[in-house]
Design a protein around this ligand. Structure first.
Ligand SMILES: Nc1ncnc2c1ncn2[C@@H]1O[C@H](COP(=O)(O)O)[C@@H](OP(=O)(O)O)[C@H]1O
Ligand SMILES: [Mg+2]
Ligand SMILES: [Mg+2]
Ligand SMILES: [Mg+2]
Length: 337
């Protein structure tokens, strides 16, 4: 029997994401002053985001030195005298996850290996070292997300959700889930604490009345009044499941909710490829369809952003059409795009 496609990449990605997730867990809820800063775009970044990117980029470089990486973070804020206090903390935290320690220089190099511009040709990795940094800072959900993209198609995704309950029905039980998917090979979940992978799939609901939908906690990331109107139109009666990060995609993929709405709050924001690569493959391999608000597939070949898409709508394949119809009715009542 020949080895499954991307078996080596899958193993490396699992090890990298699991290690980085544990690095993040080490400081989860323990961050102090000086360990979080605000980036130019006003969004937060912490020592854990930088450390997780350094750790994963190091593993990728060791195993696949020729592969470029599109990573969210860069080292600008860690450079020079001003960046020293944070740089020292990032170095210590990153090295807690690595067998061969990085130096200040190789740390910066590792982080900046994520500056690739993306595009339509060849292999590249897309990395969000902490997706949902705001959730991380609030002590809620966040996800470490890594995907392999080949010629603009997402081929593999691994997502670590350190704070997600292993079983949704046991919210106080074990936490820490790893989600793994390869195109054409299905979607799987395993616990941080075990090697056993369990296949997951979306729930096959009969009626939208029974459905629940996920959206961002942050009203600045997704329009929550539009989503309420769409849910009403669809006959969804359950309150929205608000959750940070790509944990929303894994929640759909394992059948704990049926619809994910991410509705633009302004006309200029371009979704980032690392915010959707892993999650969208998980959902499509689990039986769902992921598109933008117009029903158009997400196009990962346009560079670092989903420049030709607007928002995200994910749902079980059987109801995706209906959801898109409702989204269009609410967002474009005159039929104009
Ligand atoms: N105006 C906006 N619209 C949509 N997404 C946005 C946004 N501003 C920031 N984001 C993205 O929303 C992500 C978090 O998603 P969610 O709201 O589903 O938890 C952030 O990822 P990071 O936390 O990795 O920076 C960031 O990239
Ligand atoms: Mg960010
Ligand atoms: Mg993100
Ligand atoms: Mg991030």
């Amino acid at each position: 029997m020949s080895a499954l496609k991307f078996a080596a990449e899958r193993a490396v990605a699992i090890h990298a994401v699991l290690t980085a997730s544990k690095v993040c867990q080490r400081v989860f809820t323990k961050l102090v002053n000086g360990e979080t800063i605000t980036k130019k775009d006003k969004s937060p970044v912490t020592i854990a985001d930088f450390s997780a990117q350094a750790v994963i980029n190091t593993f990728l470089h060791n195993s696949f030195p020729a592969d470029p990486i599109v990573g969210e973070e860069d080292s600008k804020d860690l450079r020079g005298e001003e960046g020293r206090p944070m740089r020292e903390k990032v170095l210590e935290l990153a090295n807690s996850g690595l067998d061969s320690p990085l130096t200040e220089e190789t740390l910066i190099e590792a982080i900046d290996r994520g500056m690739y511009a993306g595009g339509a040709h060849g292999r590249m990795w897309a990395l969000d070292p902490i997706d949902g940094t705001k959730g991380f800072l609030r002590g809620e959900q966040f996800a470490v997300c890594l995907a392999l993209i080949v010629d603009g198609q997402v081929e593999l995704g691994v997502m670590g959700c350190p704070n997600l309950p292993v079983d949704v029905k046991d919210q106080n039980g074990e936490k820490g889930c790893l989600f793994i998917t390869v195109k054409g090979q299905g979607a799987f979940q395993r616990n941080f604490s075990s090697l056993t992978e369990t296949p997951i799939s979306m729930s096959a609901i009969q009626s939208l009345n029974d459905a629940s939908f996920c959206e961002s906690v942050e009203s600045g990331h997704s329009n929550q009044s539009d989503s309420a109107r769409i849910a009403h139109l669809l006959g969804i009666t359950k309150p929205p499941v608000r959750m940070d990060s790509q944990c929303k995609y894994s929640t759909l993929a394992r059948g704990d909710a049926e619809v994910y709405l991410r509705l633009p709050v302004n006309a200029t924001y371009e979704e980032k490829i690392w915010d959707h690569a892993t999650g969208s493959l998980l959902v499509s391999e689990a039986g769902g369809i992921v598109s933008d608000i117009h029903g158009k597939p997400l196009d990962f070949s346009k560079g670092r952003t989903l420049a030709t898409n607007s928002g995200v709508v994910a749902a079980h394949a059987k109801i995706h059409n209906k959801v898109i119809e409702a989204v269009q009715k609410v967002l474009f009542p005159d039929g104009k795009l």
